[in-house]
Design a protein. Structure first.
Length: 230
């Protein structure tokens, strides 16, 4: 397993929450035009223990879906352990994203530890993958306010819910979310329990991966692992 520790890192449902004001993030456009996509050649582990507090996680790009509000992703200390945190308290259909700049992935199993800290409109969050740009990607997220785990696709800035499953996990408790993507087959897990299994052909090419929250969901993320599958 290849270990990457920032700051050394180099780089079927109801159509809802459409974002007519969505635009391609200029920072993301600049990244895509200046950097040739690199395919991952091995397994990856990313934690933030050696990262500097209050800095944006190195090797990641903060971005958004919807009408841009505040981007505020920082390294914070959680009981002696540094983690990546989404700290903005945005509103409405604003999706906060932190995307790994490189490499890109196609078939893989990915997991991350997540802790929902606060939020009145929304809480929790999850993972994005096969990310093309800030308006096109898959996302799975858990929300403790709603006690549900959902899988969506976002196309041209419009989010469509594909599957929703009920589950209770309290706020301020770490849980593990895992995604397995092979071809068009998608499996989503919470705490190693498979909750969602489906197929979708919207995004067939490799893409970036990252973290996601909505509106005012302040959320911590740590120990991102990505294992390649064939």
């Amino acid at each position: 397993m290849k270990l990457i520790f920032p700051p050394l890192i180099v780089l079927a449902g109801i159509l809802s929450c459409g974002n007519k004001n969505s635009a391609i993030d200029p920072a993301l456009s600049q990244l895509q035009s200046s950097q040739k996509d690199t395919f991952s050649k091995g397994d990856t582990l990313i934690n933030f223990q050696n990262s500097k507090e209050s800095n944006t996680p190195i090797g990641f790009l903060p971005t958004f879906t919807g009408k841009e509000q505040t981007k505020d992703w920082k390294i914070v200390n959680d009981g002696g352990n540094n983690v990546a945190a989404q700290l903005a308290t945005n509103r409405g259909d604003n999706y906060n994203l932190l995307v790994l700049e490189s490499p890109i992935y196609k078939d893989f199993k990915m997991s991350v530890r997540v802790k929902a800290i606060s939020g009145e409109e929304d809480q929790g969050g999850g993972l994005v993958w096969r990310f093309i740009d800030n308006n096109n990607y898959y996302v799975a997220r858990f929300n403790p306010l709603e006690s549900n785990f959902r899988f969506y696709r976002v196309v041209n800035g419009s989010r469509k819910q594909l599957i929703s499953e009920s589950i209770d996990i309290p706020s301020k408790v770490w849980f593990t979310m895992s995604i397995e993507m092979i071809g068009n087959k998608i499996s989503c897990y919470l705490n190693e329990n498979k909750m969602i299994e489906t197929t979708d052909d919207t995004f067939i090419k490799p893409g970036r991966v990252g973290f996601w929250t909505k509106a005012d969901a302040v959320t911590y993320f740590d120990d991102l692992t990505i294992s390649l599958l064939k």
